[in-house]
Design a protein around this ligand. Structure first.
Ligand SMILES: [Zn+2]
Length: 107
């Protein structure tokens, strides 16, 4: 994703800076990344994201497009991950950032 010109923070909370623990988290496109359960009130539009979905999001973020394309996503994670990415990219598009081809990789 860095290649595509944006890089959400997924390893620490964007509000308090604490390392993301392996429990369900929140995601805030507005603040640019993951919010820990203590900070989710900082953005009313942040939504809950499960740890497996967040892990795949991280994987995509640090991987080349070619790697991502061949990756099989577990069926129990895929719908959430897709929804997460779609929501995130919709947010980015609304704010005038360029269109990522990326989402096709997981569609
Ligand atoms: Zn926090």
């Amino acid at each position: 994703m860095a290649v595509l010109g944006f890089r959400p923070e997924l390893n620490k909370c964007v509000a308090c800076g604490k390392k993301i623990e392996p429990v369900d988290q929140y995601f805030s496109p507005k603040l640019g990344g993951a919010l820990c359960p203590n900070c989710n009130a900082k953005d009313a539009q942040a939504w809950r994201v499960s740890m497996p979905a967040l892990k795949y999001f991280r994987f995509f973020q640090r991987s080349a497009y070619s790697q991502v394309r061949g990756r099989v996503i577990p069926p129990q994670v895929e719908p959430e991950l897709k929804a997460l990415l779609e929501r995130y990219f919709t947010y980015l598009l609304e704010y005038g950032l360029r269109t990522p081809k990326f989402i096709q990789a997981v569609s």
